[in-house]
Design a protein around this ligand. Structure first.
Ligand SMILES: [Zn+2]
Ligand SMILES: [Zn+2]
Length: 239
């Protein structure tokens, strides 16, 4: 109640401005038209499973070559936009530069990206950060995105059923190295909370899929019913 009141006062003192460039906008957390136009939003047609953008998808049910080969590691995935210069710079300042005010428009874009998948998840779960990293960064960027998504879907946010051990950064690794490096880092601390549940994982970026696939593996082993995902942006490579 108090928080809501304070939010209202702040909104009154600071009129709505584009979080990226500061231009006036009509709603708080909204992008201005120019900034909006700088992102490559992923619209239809796309792969019905992994959300990969496609040139042609008859009747909306087509799958991309990777999904046809059954190489995709989740039930389904949706991403709001492509990973490019614009989304990369926004994400880096969101993740490492403390620009948490970006969370609002990023989460809103992710909710938009979920418009064509079944809204039947039981839990929204941000990809956990290892403790040393969380202490250093002070916040988990995935949790900031997951909270408004859980709120919009009216399901609980789960931030502590899974723990993550610290491993060195995966920045300059090949997909195979990433897969090996991530193996075994997640532990389900509360299997009772995930058993029989449909879980939606939330992360800022989908790169090789190694993190989300590994998380899905441990969740399914702990009894989860299904595991799908949503990210703000994704790397789009030829598949
Ligand atoms: Zn702008
Ligand atoms: Zn696909």
């Amino acid at each position: 109640m108090i928080a809501r009141g304070i939010e209202k006062i702040i909104e009154f003192l600071f009129p709505p401005a584009c979080p990226v460039c500061g231009a006036p906008v009509s709603l708080h957390g909204e992008l201005c038209a120019d900034c909006f136009g700088c992102f490559e939003w992923i619209d239809s047609p796309k792969c019905s499973r992994c959300g990969y953008p496609m040139v042609f998808a008859p009747n909306g049910a087509a799958v991309c070559p990777a999904c046809a080969r059954d190489e995709f590691g989740l039930e389904w995935l949706r991403s709001a936009c492509r990973y490019d210069e614009m989304s990369r710079s926004v994400m880096l300042s969101f993740k490492h530069g403390g620009r948490i005010k970006y969370a609002r428009f990023m989460a809103r874009a992710m909710i938009w990206a979920l418009r064509d998948v079944p809204a039947d998840c039981d839990i929204v779960m941000p990809v956990p950060l290892a403790r040393p990293r969380l202490i250093h960064r002070t916040y988990n960027q995935a949790t900031l995105l997951a909270r408004p998504i859980a709120h919009a879907m009216n399901v609980p946010l789960d931030v502590d059923s899974v723990r993550r051990r610290h491993r060195p950064d995966m920045g300059h690794m090949t997909p195979r190295q990433r897969k090996e490096n991530i193996r075994g880092v997640f532990t389900v601390a509360r299997p009772d909370r995930v058993r029989g549940r449909k879980i939606l994982l939330v992360d800022d970026v989908y790169t090789s899929g190694a993190t989300l696939s590994e998380l899905r593996r441990v969740l399914l082993r702990a009894g989860a019913k299904s595991v799908c995902g949503v990210t703000f942006c994704r790397v789009v490579r030829t598949v």
